[in-house]
Design a protein around this ligand. Structure first.
Ligand SMILES: Cc1cc2nc3c(=O)[nH]c(=O)nc-3n(C[C@H](O)[C@H](O)[C@H](O)COP(=O)(O)OP(=O)(O)OC[C@H]3O[C@@H](n4cnc5c(N)ncnc54)[C@H](O)[C@@H]3O)c2cc1C
Length: 486
């Protein structure tokens, strides 16, 4: 009797190598039908934004080509996942469904319902960890509770990790039991039919910056470890330097996994295990922490983890918000970050902290408005990391920067972009401004403005708020929610 086929459902694990769910599907014995489903109804309030959709289009195209080389066809579908899977089971006679887990609250709910449904139908359903070093529920504090502070969280994780993770066998090692047959057999769509690319081509520069897909991820990792890993701790805060890995979108879409990064570092450094406690690996740890928090505190995507912040007097300020989104606040370091985001779909972490702080403290606009803008414009938009980052900046989340610690955008610029190289790259109207004024151009005397070819207030805005006044007003707002006045 021939073994019935199995479905492997690609989600945020768009890679072939070391993919535990795919590997298990290929080991099952039946031929494997790889499928991708665009199910926007399952994403709840967080349907992927425009920049993520751009990435997804190219990543799926790349995955499809790679599968083609292996003799398989990716079946691309659109619609509610349960309905699509039911149809696929009927058409193919599949006896099992495999996938790697996702951790967004609405996806957990959807996937649990799908799992129960098919188990009741007598099918096998298997899910795996393909995206994290440890599952969010595998780590807890001594009282058996989830962690809310990073350092003890990561220390506990490190105590439980092997020097190397087992690697899932590749399709070739599994004997490549792919289902043979054209996509039309299952009414599969072209990736183009998902309409993921923007109608107005604001993504013109994205292709110059990124190579979505598994090969692009592997190349990024190789280059980063070869050139910048050793100096990461020193360079990672300076946005003009290529000091960070830029792996975040690749990690979000699962083109590479943190366990693969871990194993790659173990291989490169052999006996020297110092990398395990490196700053870089700790940053991967922050990604784990973000997933831990999202899993245990799912409401934090829209509500502050610290309940006293529910009463915080956020301001409605559409003009201020607009100046922030456009990179026209008059503070060059903030504007450079926002323009880098718009042009490339990514922003350096130091800048994310600066611009987020500016929105929630100088403009006193709610962190959730900022999180929404990032959600739409980041190619690495990730519900766990974005929620953590914004609540951190607003002082209302886990292990957050206290709200009263207010970044001074002038000093941040002078410290982390001392020569103004980063600012001049993105705020081109300031490219001839002398270094002593680059982070406070409004102080330029008229003669210097003339020489620099820029009129402050005409070619580049005056600051939308005065730093000292905004600081006072933010502190007063904080005081209003402190019951004890401390
Ligand atoms: C307000 C705000 C919003 C953010 N939104 C996102 C988001 O939507 N998606 C996202 O991936 N990251 C987000 N981050 C975290 C961080 O800024 C990015 O992960 C990082 O800049 C990506 O660049 P990189 O790959 O070069 O990082 P590297 O410095 O090379 O770090 C390696 C990897 O570690 C992880 N990482 C690093 N820093 C953090 C962090 N603070 N929190 C969680 N993971 C981290 C990322 O996966 C990153 O790719 C946000 C941070 C802030 C302050």
């Amino acid at each position: 009797m021939s073994i019935r086929p199995v479905l492997f459902w690609f989600r945020q694990d768009l890679r072939i190598a070391d993919n535990p769910g795919l590997s298990a599907a290929l080991a099952h014995g039946g031929s494997v039908i790889p499928i991708y489903i665009q199910d926007e109804s399952g994403e709840g309030d967080w349907v992927p934004g425009a920049a993520s959709r751009w990435w997804l289009h190219h990543s799926l195209t790349s995955l499809n080509a790679r599968l083609g080389q292996l003799g398989a066809t990716l079946i691309v579908k659109k619609g509610p996942a349960l309905k699509v899977l039911q149809e696929m089971v009927e058409l193919s006679g599949a006896q099992a469904i495999y996938w790697n887990r996702r951790y967004e609250p609405s996806i957990i709910q959807r996937d649990s319902a799908i799992k129960s449904f098919f188990l009741q139908q007598g099918l096998e359903v298997h899910s795996f960890n393909g995206a994290l070093i440890l599952e969010p529920w595998e780590v807890q504090n001594k009282a058996g509770q989830p962690f809310k502070v990073f350092t003890p969280f990561w220390k506990t994780c490190l105590e439980n990790l092997p020097q190397r993770f087992p690697v899932a066998p590749s399709p070739a090692e599994n004997g490549s039991r792919w289902h043979k047959g054209p996509a039309r057999e299952f009414a599969g769509l072209d990736v183009d039919a998902l309409s993921l690319l923007p109608a107005i081509p604001w993504d013109a520069h994205f292709s110059d910056c990124w190579t979505p897909g598994e090969a692009g991820a592997a190349e990024n990792l190789r280059i980063f470890v070869g050139r910048a890993f050793g100096a990461y701790k020193m360079q990672r805060d300076f946005p003009a330097l290529p000091g960070t890995s830029r792996l975040s979108p690749h990690l979000h879409f699962g083109e590479v996994s943190p366990r693969q990064i871990w194993n790659f570092l173990a291989e490169v450094f052999h006996e020297d295990t110092g990398w395990i406690r490196s700053q870089y690996v700790a940053e991967i740890g922050w990604r784990e922490f973000a997933h831990h928090l999202l899993y245990h505190f799912p409401d934090t995507t829209s509500r502050p983890l610290r309940p006293e912040f529910e009463a915080f007097p956020w301001r409605e300020d559409s003009a201020g918000y607009r100046s922030w989104t456009r990179g026209l606040t008059g503070y060059p370091i903030v504007d450079a970050g926002m323009r880098e985001l718009w042009a490339t779909g990514w922003m350096h972490n130091r800048l994310r902290m600066i611009v987020a702080s500016f929105l929630v403290k100088h403009l006193r606009i709610s962190w959730s408005a900022g999180a929404r803008w990032f959600w739409d414009t980041l190619v690495d938009a990730d519900l766990a990391s974005n929620t953590l980052g914004w609540q951190w900046a607003a002082g209302c989340g886990a292990d957050a920067a206290p709200y009263f610690r207010i970044f001074n955008p002038i000093l941040q610029g002078e410290k982390f972009d001392p020569d103004g190289v980063y600012v001049k790259k993105w705020v081109t109207e300031l490219k001839k401004v002398p270094v002593q004024y680059i982070h406070k151009p409004w102080e330029m005397p008229a003669g210097v403005q003339k020489l620099a070819g820029v009129r402050i207030g005409v070619d580049y805005p005056e600051p939308v708020v005065d730093h000292a006044a905004a600081r006072q007003s933010a502190l007063a707002a904080l005081q209003s929610i402190r019951k004890d006045g401390a």
